[in-house]
Write a protein that binds this ligand. Structure first.
Ligand code: TXA
Ligand code: MG
Length: 328
């Protein structure tokens, strides 16, 4: 059931959340598959529909600091980050507060909880009207590309019965930055639009997870965010039978047997950002990968993306999507 996110539709969706049903809603990052975070049964429906492993905890979405502080324990860093960067694409992992009312399966039984205040007005209104924290992973089957447009939800989630608030394309296009504040130095478990250069001036030292945190953040799993078609990264040419995903100037990219990338059919060629703009590239990433995936080629060649700013998060997703299936 696809609904334009009118005030009436949001009210209906909030009532569905209150009655333990699932609702797909837009955020500024990707679409989320939401449920009442205080109901074990409602949250179980998320894991079942996504085919998500039960050990992979969910993010709890809030619409106010008061709602958030009832769920978890803030330290000074969390306070500063929440005041400065929320609402926004930043998820904080914090110690759970005793008696917080959250269903145990939201946190997969951990003593920590991931919380975030989304910046999208529809998400905000939905949480506010439901009057409760909403658990929401990305609205896709586990391991596949996250949905940045309503039509992705329709195709990838195969959830005819679920209410979808169809709010257009998401503005950021990559999942939120996940920052763990529970173990001494702050640690980025998943990179996103809020980068280390924005975090460190606010809270001091921040480090990147080194891969030993796989259980803590399965978003760190080697293969994730994947297309069916294999990817070949840092491509400087296109081989016969490949599709091509460019970034910036593609004029010099040659195609075996054809000539240049610009001579490829539209089905086989996309440019994340002809101007070389990383924000535009992030917004386009999943949708363009999805479109090229449908061309059914043997490989998608991807041009090099600079490893700076948002490029770090884009490259993180591309590297995980490029891990061969055998290594799942
Ligand atoms: O942008 C986003 O964050 C989107 C939108 C819908 O808000 N949500 C999202 O959720 O990407 P999901 O479930 O696809 O990713 C949540 C990530 C996973 O990598 C999970 O392992 C990690 O957050 N996570 C959740 N709770 C955690 C915890 N207590 N400790 C460490 N990592 C946690
Ligand atoms: Mg996800």
């Amino acid at each position: 059931m696809f609904l334009q996110p009118t005030p009436d539709a949001i009210t209906r969706a909030a009532a569905l959340i209150q009655s333990g049903e699932l609702v797909v809603f837009p955020t500024e990052t990707v679409y989320g598959l939401g449920a009442d975070a205080t109901s074990q049964e409602a949250v179980a429906k998320i894991y079942a529909l996504k085919n998500r492993p039960s050990y992979n905890p969910l993010i709890v979405h809030v619409d106010s600091l008061a709602m958030c502080e009832a769920l978890c324990v803030f330290d000074d860093r969390a306070q500063t980050l929440a005041e400065t960067l929320w609402p926004g694409p930043l998820t904080l992992v914090l110690p759970v507060r005793a008696g917080n009312g959250l269903a145990a399966n939201v946190t997969a039984g951990l003593s920590t909880v991931a919380v975030r205040m989304p910046a999208h007005p529809v998400a905000h209104a939905l949480i506010q009207q439901a009057g409760m924290p909403i658990a929401a992973p990305s609205a896709n089957i586990s391991g596949t590309l996250s949905p940045t447009r309503p039509e992705h939800v329709a195709r990838r989630l195969m959830a005819e019965g679920v209410c979808v608030l169809a709010g257009g394309a998401t503005s950021i296009g990559l999942e939120s930055t996940v920052l763990d504040l529970t173990a001494g130095v702050a640690k980025i478990l998943r990179s996103g639009a809020i980068g280390i250069e924005e975090l460190e001036p606010l809270i001091g030292d921040v480090v990147f997870a080194d891969g030993t945190e796989i259980i803590k953040a399965p978003g760190q799993l080697k293969r994730h965010y994947a297309t069916n078609t294999p990817l070949r990264l840092n491509a400087i040419d296109v081989k016969e039978g490949e599709a091509f995903l460019g970034f910036g100037n593609t004029g010099f990219i040659g195609v075996a047997g054809i000539g240049f990338a610009r001579d490829l059919p539209y089905t086989h060629f996309r440019n994340l950002s002809a101007e070389g703009d990383l924000h535009q590239a992030a917004t386009n990433l999943y949708a363009m990968l999805d479109e090229l995936d449908q061309a059914g080629t043997k490989m998608i060649a991807v041009q090099k993306i600079p490893e700076q700013g948002l490029g770090i998060a884009i490259n993180d997703r591309l590297k995980r999507a490029a891990v061969p299936k055998e290594e799942d």
